[in-house]
Design a protein around this ligand. Structure first.
Ligand code: PBG
Length: 330
């Protein structure tokens, strides 16, 4: 190694013009990186604002189809669908999750019929369907693990029957990837993709999402007995390893920006398609800061998304997907 120093080394040479900055850029953002989560509600021609997420709306299925057309035209590869289930359909056992005519299934079917070239990802977890807001069955104050697995497998099969391409278990029950993978194989769905919310932390950053799906004000207690402790990193490696062994095709880290160290460790260690979820709270922080004039909206969005790529993510679930894709395409 030479001992070259200033002035023979001047780091600023590589930063002096736009073309050279672009030429030496290590990370790149493209429309192919995006999965766009949207919220579905009942009705027709309904576009309902979500106060905790300025700029994001709950869409009735007809408008969700329009949104999917737009996304596909912009080149967004995949959308994630989340339902705001009517209160009278929320029960202790969340069995609306297994109704072939629930909002997610109807929306999946409608979108796949009208826009076959966009991938559809569906969450597997009971929280949009339970009256207690938990992701699994509740007995006293305990979330039952093994009893929940059965209903999750049914929920997954129900969504696949509606046309879902990617099953994304977000419930954090132990063993769910294996149980769902077996159920898919047994039912003849050998090609269904699984993206495991493998390292999912018990996070305050999900607050706005819970308003969006209407589970927040129902939630009794918290999710710390099944979602991960934000203090842990080695434990995330164990979660990822297990989910891959059980049959996950892709893994996810969630939330995103506060957990970029986890994204990097996962990508470095497992060499598997790795996604990060820029969750509702991250969206709302940026959107609100921009709305108040504290930060430039476009550049803070792009900086935050690029950071995921730099950390090693292969893709990002982001509520900014449509806006970012429009800018990337222009
Ligand atoms: C459901 C689920 C949650 C999110 C995605 N799937 C909420 C939770 O676990 O409480 C959060 C997404 C976001 O905040 O944007 N299990």
């Amino acid at each position: 190694m030479s001992k070259a120093q200033f002035p023979s080394i001047r780091m600023r040479r590589l930063r002096q013009t736009d073309w050279v900055r672009r030429m030496v850029a290590e990370a790149h953002l493209s429309v192919d990186d995006f999965i766009w989560p949207i919220f579905i509600r009942d009705g027709k021609n309904e576009r309902e604002a979500i106060s905790a997420m300025p700029g994001v709306h709950r869409l009735s299925i007809d408008l969700a189809v329009e949104a999917a057309k737009k996304a596909a035209d912009l080149g967004i590869p995949c959308m994630a669908l989340f339902p705001n289930t009517a209160p009278d359909k929320r029960t202790a056992d969340g069995n609306e999750a297994c109704n072939p005519e629930n909002l997610v299934c109807l929306a999946t079917d409608a979108i796949k019929s009208a826009v076959p070239n966009i991938g559809i990802l569906c969450d597997v977890a009971l929280d949009p369907y339970t009256d207690h807001g938990h992701d699994g069955l509740l007995e006293g104050e305990t979330i039952l693990n093994d009893e929940t697995l059965e209903i999750l497998a049914q929920q997954a099969l129900n969504q696949v029957a509606a046309g879902c391409d990617i099953i994304a278990p977000s419930d954090m029950m132990d063993g769910r990837i294996g149980v769902i993978r077996d159920a898919l194989e047994f039912a003849g769905h050998a090609d269904t993709l699984i993206m495991a919310y493998a390292a999912k932390y018990a996070s305050a950053f999900y607050g706005p999402f819970r308003e969006a799906v209407g589970s927040g004000n129902r939630l009794k207690g918290d999710k710390r007995t099944y979602q991960m402790n934000p203090a842990n990193s080695d434990e995330a490696m164990r979660e990822i390893e297990l989910d891959i062994a059980e049959g996950a095709d892709m893994v996810m880290v969630k939330p995103g920006m506060p957990y970029l160290d986890i994204v990097q460790r996962v990508k470095d260690n497992f060499h598997i398609p790795t996604f990060a979820y820029q969750v509702s709270g991250e969206y709302s922080m940026l959107a609100n800061a921009a709305e108040q004039g504290l930060m430039d909206r476009q550049s803070s969005i792009f900086e935050s998304l690029l950071a995921f790529k730099r950390a090693g993510a292969d893709g990002i679930l982001t509520y900014f997907a449509l806006e970012a894709a429009e800018i990337l395409n222009s």
